[in-house]
Design a protein around this ligand. Structure first.
Ligand code: ATP
Ligand code: MG
Length: 284
């Protein structure tokens, strides 16, 4: 008997146009996985997740089509991949309720996205849950249902999603413990380079679709001149040396992007640009 195929599953939220971070952290490894023998691929457009951030149906619809087009442009072969829109599979939201009832509220209290919203309110001196919708709080359970409904083995994600994936494992374990062995425990599939591309404008912050500063991200739809302009403006430091270090987040981020597209490691990049300025490095 032949071995069971490894099942890859991943999704992206139509909350805006996909950017370099989405491509490096998730889409590129996910497309590479479709070309690996002995695997099955389930890739989807997470339109219900977009409702947490926008209640504008026309925008979600437009972004869903745009992201579908981006997947195809990246080389997704719809003959090989089960490619779908989350809202077309009602079993996902149905399963969400079953999972909700085995999920401890404390587990969701600790989820990064919810905590970040609370921290922002704390800094602004507002009530901790001010303006936080329950969808943001519940979204790790919807994400668990996305993954568990198809018994996925590996989930291509960027580093920012590894905690939510861990929550999905915890929920699956708990469900299996109560009702018997039902769900496969999923593991993350995180690339070595490009798992967390940072904002070009504020390199201590993740590059995000929902950033309001257009200089923070490079979109997959940006033309060459725009890309060059954004890299030229990218925040660096006054040290002038292409070197990866904790106190050089801007330069380190540019090195990680360069590493994704050239396959070179930091040591090789430092050597390549020794004695050359940031101007040349940014153009490269
Ligand atoms: P939003 O700001 O609306 O949350 P996003 O840019 O974070 O948008 P998502 O749709 O939430 O994009 O994430 C899709 C996939 O891309 C996830 O696997 C996520 O981990 C990955 N990803 C998102 N941003 C980055 C980034 N800056 N670097 C690497 N991977 C990323
Ligand atoms: Mg996100």
């Amino acid at each position: 008997m032949s071995a069971q195929p490894t099942r890859f599953l991943t999704g992206i939220t139509p909350s805006g146009t996909p950017h370099l971070g989405n491509y490096a952290g998730m889409m590129r490894p996910a497309i590479a996985a479709t070309r690996t023998a002995g695997c099955e691929n389930f890739y989807f457009l997470a339109d219900y997740h977009a409702l947490i951030k926008t209640q504008d149906p026309a925008r979600i619809h437009r972004c869903t089509l745009e992201i579908a087009a981006s997947w195809l442009a990246c080389g997704l072969d719809p003959e090989k991949v089960t490619f779908y829109r989350q809202s077309d599979i009602p079993e996902i939201t149905e399963l969400t309720w079953f999972l909700t009832c085995v999920t401890g509220k404390g587990l969701l209290n600790r989820a990064h996205a919810y905590k970040a919203a609370q921290d922002k309110n704390h800094e602004a001196g507002r009530d901790l849950d001010d303006g936080v919708n329950a969808g943001l709080f519940m979204y790790p359970v919807l994400m668990a249902a996305d993954i568990l409904v198809y018994n996925a083995d590996l989930v291509p994600v960027g580093q920012d999603q590894t905690q939510h994936l861990e929550i999905a494992r915890t929920i699956a374990n708990r469900f299996n413990g109560i009702y018997g062995d039902t769900f496969t425990l999923p593991a993350g599939y995180v690339p070595k380079a490009g798992a967390k591309i940072m904002s070009l404008a504020e390199p201590t912050k993740k590059m995000s679709k929902s950033d309001t500063n257009a200089n923070a991200f490079v979109l997959m739809t940006d033309d060459k001149d725009t890309i060059v302009r954004k890299f030229k403006r990218a925040v660096t430091d006054s040290d002038g040396c292409v070197r990866a270090a904790g106190d050089k987040p801007g330069v380190t981020n540019l090195m990680s992007i360069y590493s994704v597209f050239t396959g070179r490691d930091y040591a090789a990049i430092e050597k390549e640009f020794a004695g050359r300025g940031y101007g040349e490095f940014k153009l490269a």
